[in-house]
Design a protein around this ligand. Structure first.
Ligand SMILES: Nc1ncnc2c1ncn2[C@@H]1O[C@H](COP(=O)(O)OP(=O)(O)OP(=O)(O)O)[C@@H](O)[C@H]1O
Ligand SMILES: [Mg+2]
Length: 397
């Protein structure tokens, strides 16, 4: 599906904005704080039901507006014609409808798949394991309903199990609570092993794509790159689901008393880790920041290529402010990749000094200024954007 039109009403710093998107590269250029990330956030929200940055739902509604409600409307062109995807945000509720029918996010994430590149995602190696797990789960979410539902079921079971453990921690002595915990633990371990096994399968499929993408970004012979998925600190990329289940069950028994003392689940995919190894070393400790970004950039590109291979189409790509995170070589390799595929790309930046010339029919540059987006059509204006850096300035338009 391609985004043909987007309307934002009362969303973040947008009062009422309508824009027509082009099928290929859409650049959003503007100084800091003008609304570029807000715009990409709106699209992400329509696909995933949550923002990629910490935000209460109320914060998404435009401040000081009389109507305490936001609306997002996207017209999407798919193989079977046009679809309308709408979201309404009111207080802490978000209601999303696809063609007038209420739709859950386990369906949407794969029907309108988006892949986000952000400075935060590029920092996943040095950040905590949470952001690395998110990298894999993004692949599960976009690839089909099964993965999305599994993630949802696991996180619901985890929440319910944690609530019971917390009750026991707070002194609940009832036998019923212990019984409920025992039966929930059985379900939890089955779901957890299933989720971990879906993750390892995805990682095994990604591995050759990742190696190839890294070689093409860095223009070097592929080094010995490996992915390591850890269950309780043990390498488990090649394990079967039942091996994962056995190790998790055993560990859970060992930690049963500690789980009650902590009031939370200490075993399961929410604790597993993903490591990116270069020449057998954990890149977290051995690779430079730039190399770490290249490894993640390659991982994202691998995800896009694998998605295309398995699903037959490209997801919509959202790149928020990533060009500023990359050196000139990687910027131009990334641009070459984006130009070489047929995906729709929405990319935000404070300048276009790195951008190549491109055909105007399929691509467009938009300026973003204080919550207003305008298509930049004039040749002089485009040349000006290509020669100026707008970061920390506010004179776009
Ligand atoms: N609920 C809201 N109502 C009104 N304005 C908001 C709301 N939430 C955020 N903003 C405003 O949106 C602006 C930030 O927008 P955004 O993060 O999209 O900027 P940006 O163009 O991506 O900037 P940068 O280049 O620094 O990343 C800020 O000025 C902020 O005050
Ligand atoms: Mg931004």
């Amino acid at each position: 599906m391609r985004l043909a039109e987007l309307k934002l009403q009362n969303f973040r710093n947008f009062a009422a904005q309508k824009l027509e998107l082009r099928p290929r590269l859409n650049f959003f250029v503007g100084a800091n704080g003008q609304g570029k990330t807000n715009l990409l956030e709106a699209i992400y929200l329509l696909s995933r039901g949550e923002s990629f940055r910490p935000a209460e739902r109320e914060h998404l509604i435009r401040n000081n507006s009389e109507i305490q409600q936001s609306r997002l409307i996207a017209a999407l062109d798919g193989e079977l014609g046009r679809h309308l995807l709408t979201a309404q945000i009111h207080e802490s509720r978000l209601l999303v409808e696809l063609d007038g029918k209420r739709t859950g996010f386990s369906t949407l994430a794969s029907q309108v798949p988006v892949i986000l590149f952000s400075p935060e995602s590029l920092a996943a190696i040095k950040d905590g394991p949470d952001s690395r797990r998110r990298l894999i789960d993004e692949g599960l979410l976009t690839r089909g309903r099964v993965g999305a539902q599994l993630l949802r079921d696991y996180s619901r079971t985890l929440r319910a199990r944690n609530a019971l453990l917390k009750q026991l921690m707070d002194g609940d002595q009832r036998a019923g609570t212990r019984d409920s915990l025992a039966s929930l633990t059985s379900i939890f371990l089955v779901l957890g092993a299933h989720l971990a096994s879906e993750r390892t399968q995805l990682l095994r499929e990604l591995l050759p794509f990742w190696r190839a993408a890294f070689a093409s970004i860095t223009q070097r012979e592929p080094e010995s790159l490996a992915l390591r998925y850890e269950v309780s600190g043990q390498e488990s990329l090649e394990w079967t689901e039942s091996q994962i289940f056995d190790v998790m069950s055993q560990r859970q028994k060992e930690l049963a008393a500690r789980e009650v003392a902590a009031g939370s689940s200490l075993v399961g995919p929410h604790k597993h880790d993903l490591k990116f190894l270069v020449a057998e070393n954990d890149s977290r400790f051995f690779a430079s920041q730039g190399q770490q970004r290249a490894l993640i950039l390659a991982f994202k590109i691998a995800q896009i290529n694998l998605h295309r291979t398995t699903v037959g189409r490209y997801p919509i790509l959202l790149l928020d402010d990533v060009m500023s995170e990359l050196d000139a070589d990687k910027r131009s390799r990334l641009m070459q990749f984006l130009e070489g595929i047929s995906a729709q790309v929405l990319l935000s930046a404070t300048d276009l000094t790195w951008s190549p010339e491109f055909a105007p029919q399929e691509n467009a540059v938009f300026s973003v200024n204080a919550g207003e987006v305008r298509c930049v059509e004039s040749r002089d204006r485009l040349d000006h954007l290509r020669s100026t850096t707008l970061g920390l300035r506010a004179d776009v338009n």
